[in-house]
Design a protein around this ligand. Sequence first.
Ligand SMILES: Cc1cc2nc3c(=O)[nH]c(=O)nc-3n(C[C@H](O)[C@H](O)[C@H](O)COP(=O)(O)O)c2cc1C
Length: 205
Amino acid sequence: MKVLMINGSPRENGNIATAFKEMIQVFEKEGIEVIHYQIGKKDIRGCIACETCRNNGKCVFDDIVNEMAVKFEEADGLVIGSPVYYGSANGTLMSALQRLFYSTHFDKSYKVGASVVSARRSGCTATFDELNKFFTLSNMPVATSQYWNNIYGWEPGEGKVDDEGCQVMRVLARNMIFLMRSIEAGKKNIGLPETEERVWTNFTR
Ligand SMILES: Cc1cc2nc3c(=O)[nH]c(=O)nc-3n(C[C@H](O)[C@H](O)[C@H](O)COP(=O)(O)O)c2cc1C
């Protein structure tokens, strides 16, 4: 099984990197392949609503977003991590995720999603909710842990002393693996739920 991990932070050894390391140790122990991107220093522009992707299923800006899209399609799970910037996910990550989810048409159903957030002090839960929204409109079950998936720190790597945050990440990784494996078993033994032709209205019409 494969997991794609996208770290939105610009800091290589930052607190999201610390959280991801805790998760990666678990993934590797369990034989889960990890494809990792850290995008915070990349020049990733936002969506311009050109709708080119409607016809070709990829973004008109042929950058790392299209590269990650190929990996996302192959993956069984997606972990996204963001530092809190002004009570929100960081801008580069949001530009990437909005383009990634909007431009790709492959079926994301039953790929497992998980969000991870880091902050000095405040804004974690709002950011966590923001990130989970990408999953919850894509038929992607969300893996959870024993607490919300936050790690605290200011300087890069300070998250290492957040023992509870580090444990939350390890538990999250184990729960994510269990969910991915359960879904794989469920597809074989129970089958996928019935689907309907998509209804698409702009508010009510
Ligand atoms: C532009 C900017 C805005 C920030 N805004 C917040 C904030 O709203 N709340 C907070 O607690 N920390 C804030 N921080 C601190 C970071 O969220 C914190 O240092 C985080 O652990 C960084 O994660 P990283 O090391 O993975 O980049 C901000 C940092 C920057 C650079």
